[in-house]
Design a binder for this molecule. Structure first.
Ligand code: ZN
Length: 272
């Protein structure tokens, strides 16, 4: 009898596996896909993977099963700069058309944004901004959320988003200060937290609305695999002084809410 009770207890524990979510990664860059499969099996049951250029889009769309892996599609600031002048419009239109074609199955436009660390000159700043705004327009017209990259550019990113009254925004790998975080919070924007310890970010998290924080692995660039979100969740739990399990539950709900992913993983039917 005692043994049976223990067995039931053990089974209940395994059934109650924690369901984690990764709000931002690039699994098309992970060579060995078994790394992703094992992260899913270990509990990272929702993964949002971002295409960053024309090359990574097809692979990203192929990997998205809309059950565990969901696609965001865009052109990031680094790749905006790599586009040649004579094929610039052609490349943008190619990506825009793919997004339009798949607008019911992709969960966001991303990643897009500004990166002043790599920009090197005013002309390139304008080029990045042009690409960023074209995709923000598209997101508004398709009523899709956006996943935004911002490096050394938070001031401009905020003013662009604010001016345009952009809806449904997620600033990934948030690196801004407390004041910038408050501005985003007031605008109803979400932020995501990478698996990197930083006292500045911890202070931001401590004062940011828990309902608008998401965990991200940014793998394989920062974390090794989507499994690294476990560390991001721990950092949030610590900063908020909350229980790890509770943090898992809340942050997973945030990711699903932001990207309109229902529990049945039936995506693309509801827009904000
Ligand atoms: Zn990224």
């Amino acid at each position: 009898m005692q043994q049976t009770k223990q067995l039931v207890k053990a089974r209940n524990i395994s059934v109650k596996k924690l369901e984690m979510a990764d709000a931002h990664c690039h699994i098309d860059l992970i060579q060995d896909f078994s790394i992703v499969t094992s992260a899913i099996e270990s509990g990272v049951s929702t993964i949002v993977t971002n295409a960053v250029d024309t090359k990574s889009i097809m692979k990203t769309l192929q990997l998205a099963d809309n059950k565990h892996v969901f696609a965001a599609v865009g052109i990031d600031p680094e790749h905006s700069l790599k586009m040649e002048e004579n094929t610039f419009d052609e490349e943008i239109n190619f990506v825009v058309n793919i997004i339009k074609e798949h607008s019911r199955s992709i969960v966001a436009i991303g990643e897009i944004g500004l990166d002043y660390k790599i920009v090197g000159g005013f002309e390139n700043m304008a080029k990045q901004r042009d690409v960023f705004e074209r995709f923000l327009d598209l997101a508004q017209s398709l009523r899709l959320p956006v996943s935004v990259h911002s490096r050394n550019a938070m001031k401009d990113v905020i003013s662009i988003l604010k001016e345009r009254k952009q809806e449904k925004v997620h600033v990934h790998f948030f690196e801004g200060d407390a004041k910038e975080a408050k501005t985003l919070e007031k605008l109803g924007y979400y932020i995501s937290i990478p698996p990197l310890d930083s006292s500045k970010r911890k202070r931001v998290v401590k004062n940011f609305d828990i309902n608008m924080i998401m965990p991200e692995s940014d793998s394989p660039v920062v974390g090794e695999s989507p499994m690294s979100v476990e560390k991001s969740i721990r950092l949030v739990a610590e900063a908020k002084g909350m229980d790890f399990e509770k943090a898992v539950q809340m942050l997973t709900d945030n990711v699903k809410r932001f990207f309109n992913i229902s529990s049945a993983a039936n995506v693309g039917l509801i827009r904000y």
